[in-house]
Ligand binder design. Sequence first.
Ligand SMILES: [Fe+2]
Ligand SMILES: [Fe+2]
Length: 287
Amino acid sequence: MTEKDKSAVIKAKLQDIKDLPSLPLAADSITRAVLDDKSTAQTIATAISKDPSFASRILRVVNSAYYGFYRQITSIKEAVALLGTNEIRMMAMAITVYDLFKAKEATRFNRKNLWMHGVAVAYMADYLQRTLRKGLDEAYVAGLLHDIGKIVLDQFFPEETHEILQLFESSEMSYLQAEREVLGLDHGELGYLVAERWNLPAEITVGIRYHHATSGEIVVEPAAAIIHLSDYFAWQIGYVGSPDDPPESSHLSESLQGLGLDEERLESLMGTLREGFKKLEAFLAAN
Ligand SMILES: [Fe+2]
Ligand SMILES: [Fe+2]
């Protein structure tokens, strides 16, 4: 079978999956409130407070040592007032995606590592976006979801995943090459197809689709460049995902160029990001 034939088989299989996990966007009032950038602090606080277990997960993070409040924060309203809508939005989104990633049975990928990697990429992507003001307003969500294709693989394509991992372990191939060999496409493209079904905005789907793209595609898509770069940073800093397969660095200079970054600027960004990771650690430890 050619690569094109293989990917056609996978795409057809994906089409037939009826119980594809849904991003609880439409159904879930918290996610809806959180994702809607017109939501006020009040709307978000009300939506979260209606779900006590969700609220307590947020409060656990807010009360972690990182934030160092001198007293216990006991209500979401207070948390939103102290930390701001954006911070709470980001926490709520990460928690929602955690539930989406959580495995019901034993799986081939380490789901927690995948989630932590996603949160790391999300923080970086958001930071890059805010610093560079380029191309990806929803950088954080795109980062959280960029490897969603792996979850779909793990959940719905067990035989193929087994084959990919075997090939990866027994050959010189990178994990990504093994994916392309077995599936005729990579988890970026697979994730893209799922994100399309969820009707996510184009900038998010593009970021997901091309985060491992080959030369050319990355430069023209700032969303892809941001996710690609963040993926690389996250790996460098120790949030490797699952399996531990280093992102290719061959397109790194293209991504940097595409975003108008030079090496010097990159170094200073890395320094700031390392600082920001203390917050990330606090968040991950509380979840
Ligand atoms: Fe990836
Ligand atoms: Fe990744």
